[in-house]
Design a protein around this ligand. Structure first.
Ligand code: AR6
Length: 173
């Protein structure tokens, strides 16, 4: 991905006009707080129905951290939700490879879907406790290092710290 293809947008990911919206989910895929809660609320029950279907078929044990899977986006402007599971932050174990894998796998799933645009929240930087400057840096570095047919990547900053982290990592500070 080229740096010109990356946009930093402050706001609520559920309102964006993109093909795919990434959800920072948990392995159970049946909803939660943070951006996961916001996506299920905005998209409506069809998303949960498809997640339940995945659990009943291909993902009986849930979605492992670092992987990604798509469902409908229900009533959101987007066409698809790409659900991924970030690692819980640990001070004693370096889980950054798993966090990087989330971004790569989401782009791979987006390619499979034929999505031209995708929006990411700052995966793991909320409930899962990842320090914001590191989470945004891993996001930017991984997206830049990943080959994809996606034309436009929106990094959604939910607060000032996220916006600053993305801008610094992109050299737009
Ligand atoms: N739009 C964009 N970003 C958002 C929104 C939104 N509407 N709401 C929150 N954020 P989190 P995690 C930001 O906690 O750390 C859930 O319960 C938020 O400020 O949503 O990966 C899941 O079910 C933060 O920067 O995800 C899991 O159990 C970022 O999104 C667990 O939380 C991620 O915060 C996953 O934790």
């Amino acid at each position: 991905m080229h740096t010109d293809q990356i946009e930093v947008v402050r706001g609520d990911i559920t309102r964006l006009e993109v093909d795919a919206v990434v959800n920072a989910a948990n392995s159970g895929l049946l909803g939660g707080g943070g951006v996961d809660g916001a996506i299920h609320r905005a998209g409506g029950p069809q998303i949960l129905a498809e997640c339940r279907q995945l659990r009943a078929t291909t993902l009986p044990e849930g979605l492992p951290a670092g992987q990604a899977v798509a469902t409908t986006a229900g009533r959101m402007p987007a066409r698809w939700v790409v659900h991924t599971v970030g690692p819980v932050y640990s001070r004693s174990t370096d889980r950054s490879a798993t966090l990087a894998s989330c971004y790569r796998e989401c782009l791979r799933v987006a390619d499979e879907l034929g999505a031209d645009s995708i929006a990411f929240p700052t995966i793991s930087a909320g409930v899962y406790g990842w320090p914001m400057d590191d989470a945004t840096r891993i996001a930017v570095q991984t997206v830049l290092a990943t080959e994809s047919r996606v034309q436009r990547v929106v990094l959604v900053a939910f607060n000032e710290a996220a916006e600053q982290g993305y801008r610094e990592a992109l050299g737009r500070g």
